[in-house]
Design a protein around this ligand. Structure first.
Ligand SMILES: *Cc1c(COP(=O)(O)O)cnc(C)c1O
Length: 419
C-alpha cells in the first residue's frame, strides 16, 4: 500500500488516515527529505510558518475538510480527470501510453487542486486575506479563482515585466476580482514578486495566508502541496487497474518546474520500486547554453524560497536567471522532494530543449487532437529518450492545456511551415 498511510486520526470511525511518519521518500517532522527541505525563514515569519506546521495535517485530514475538499474537486474542478489511452501516440512510440488529463481541470491545469485545498485551509485558520506570487500568471489565476469562489480578498504579486508579457492572465485575475500588484525591483520577474509576497506576509502575520503554488517554500509547504496534488496518482492507480488489470505502470513521466504535478503523479508510487519515475526538466536552448532551467544538471545545494534544495547559482551563490520557453518551467530551483528523488536515484531526471518540447506539442496535437501546454510538451518529448517495450504501460501527466501558449505556437508556425 501507499507509504503515506501510517497514522490514523483520533476519529477512527471516519476512516480518514494520514501519515506523519514515513516511507523512504517522505519528509521528517522538520520537513527534510534527506538533506533537502527544512524552513529557512526570517524570524518575523516564524509564527506563521509554525502555525501552519503544527496545524496543517489535523486540518486537512479532518472529516469535514475532506468532505468539502472532495466535493469541490468533483463538482468545481471536475475530478476525477480521465486517464486516456492514447492510441495513435502509442503506435508512434511502441508502448501503451496513458495520458492523465489534468488539462481538463477547471482553469486548465493541475494547479487548482492545490489552491482549492489551501483556500479551505486558510478559512479554517481564520484568515481573511490571501496573497500569492506568480510568474506566468497560471498560479495567480488558480488562486484568484478560489478566492472568488470563497469571497476572500486576493492580492497577487507579479513582476512588472511578467505583467507586460502575460496580459491575458493579468486580465483573468482582475476579472476574478484579484488585485495584481507589480514588483518593480530587481529583474522585475518571479523572484522579485516572491520577495514582495514575503514582505507582505511579514507585515500582515495574523490575517493573511500565503498560497504557494508548487512543492517549494519552507516546510510544511512542499509536503502540503504534494498531498493536495497526490489525488493525481491516487486516481491513476484505480483508473489503470480498470483499464489494464494492474494498478502499477512501468513508468510515470511528468515535467518539473517547481515539481507539483510531478509530485502528485509520483506520490502513490514512491514506494513501488517497480515503477520508474521520470522527471523532465527544461533544458532551454541547451543545458550548457547559459539559457537553461535544468536545475539538477546545473544546480548546487543552496537555499531558495525558504528551503534547502538544488539551486542554479553562480560560484558566490547568486541565483542565476533561468530560461525556458515555457513559463511554468522557468524556475532556478526544484522542490526539496525532487532534489532528494534525484540525489537518491529514485527518480530519473531528463531534460528537453525548447525546440524538442515544441515539436512534441505539435505531434500530440496532430496525433491525439489535444493541444498540450508547453510545459507538458517537455514530458512528451522525453518519450524519445526512453527505451520502450510494446507491453509497457506508461503514464504521462498531461499537466495543462495549451491555450495559454497559443501566441508561442502561432509564432512557430509562421516560422516553420513543417510543424
Ligand atoms: C505551472 C505549470 C507547470 C509547472 O509547475 P509544477 O509545480 O512543476 O507542476 C507544469 N505544467 C503546467 C501546465 C503548469 O501550468
Amino acid at each position: 500500500m501507499s507509504y503515506h498511510i501510517t497514522r490514523k486520526t483520533e476519529d477512527q470511525s471516519s476512516g480518514v488516515e494520514y501519515a506523519i511518519t514515513k516511507g523512504k521518500y517522505a519528509p521528517d517532522e522538520n520537513g527534510y527529505y534527506g538533506r533537502f527541505g527544512g524552513a529557512y525563514i526570517p524570524e518575523m515569519l516564524h509564527r506563521n510558518v509554525e502555525e501552519l506546521r503544527t496545524k496543517y495535517l489535523d486540518i486537512i485530514y479532518d472529516p469535514s475538510f475532506q468532505k468539502e475538499y472532495q466535493q469541490l474537486l468533483q463538482d468545481y474542478v471536475g475530478r476525477p480527470t480521465p486517464l486516456y489511452f492514447a492510441q495513435r501516440l502509442s503506435k508512434q512510440y511502441g508502448a501503451q501510453l496513458f495520458l492523465k488529463r489534468e488539462d481538463l481541470c477547471h482553469t486548465g491545469a493541475h494547479k487548482v487542486n492545490n489552491t482549492v485545498g489551501q483556500i479551505l485551509l486558510a478559512q479554517r485558520l481564520g484568515k481573511k486575506r490571501i496573497i500569492a506570487e506568480t510568474g506566468a500568471g497560471q498560479h495567480g489565476v488558480a488562486t484568484a479563482t478560489v478566492c472568488a469562489l470563497k469571497g476572500i480578498e486576493c492580492i497577487v504579486y507579479m513582476g512588472e515585466k511578467d505583467i507586460q508579457r502575460q496580459a491575458p492572465n493579468v486580465a483573468r485575475m482582475k476579472m476574478l476580482g484579484a488585485k495584481v500588484i507589480p514588483a518593480i525591483s530587481g529583474s522585475k520577474t518571479l523572484k522579485d514578486a516572491t520577495n514582495e509576497a514575503i514582505r507582505d506576509w511579514m507585515a500582515h502575520p495574523n490575517d493573511t495566508h500565503y498560497i504557494i503554488g508548487s512543492v517549494v517554500g519552507p516546510h510544511p509547504y512542499p509536503d502540503m502541496v504534494a498531498r493536495f496534488q497526490s489525488v493525481i496518482s491516487k486516481e491513476i492507480r484505480w483508473q489503470l487497474k480498470e483499464k489494464t488489470g494492474s494498478e502499477l505502470p512501468q513508468k510515470v513521466i511528468a515535467c518539473v518546474g517547481g515539481g507539483s504535478n510531478a509530485a502528485g503523479a509520483f506520490y502513490h508510487f514512491l514506494d513501488e520500486t517497480s515503477v520508474e519515475l521520470i522527471a523532465v526538466e527544461a533544458a532551454g536552448e541547451g543545458v550548457n547554453s547559459g539559457k537553461s532551467a535544468a536545475t539538477t544538471q546545473l544546480g548546487r545545494d543552496g537555499i531558495l524560497h525558504g528551503s534547502r534544495s538544488l539551486v542554479m547559482q553562480t560560484e558566490d551563490g547568486q541565483v542565476v536567471e533561468p530560461h525556458s520557453i515555457s513559463a511554468g518551467l522557468d524556475y532556478p530551483g526544484i522542490g526539496p522532494m525532487h532534489a532528494h528523488l534525484y540525489d537518491s536515484g529514485r527518480a530519473k531526471f531528463l531534460c528537453v530543449t525548447d525546440e524538442d518540447a515544441l515539436k512534441a506539442s505539435f505531434e500530440v496535437a496532430k496525433l491525439e487532437g489535444i493541444i498540450p501546454a508547453l510545459e507538458t510538451g517537455h514530458a512528451f518529448s522525453a518519450l524519445r529518450q526512453l527505451e520502450l517495450k510494446e507491453t509497457d504501460n506508461i503514464v504521462i501527466c498531461l499537466s495543462g492545456r495549451g491555450d495559454k501558449d497559443l501566441a508561442t505556437y502561432m509564432k512557430v508556425m509562421e516560422q516553420n511551415a513543417e510543424l
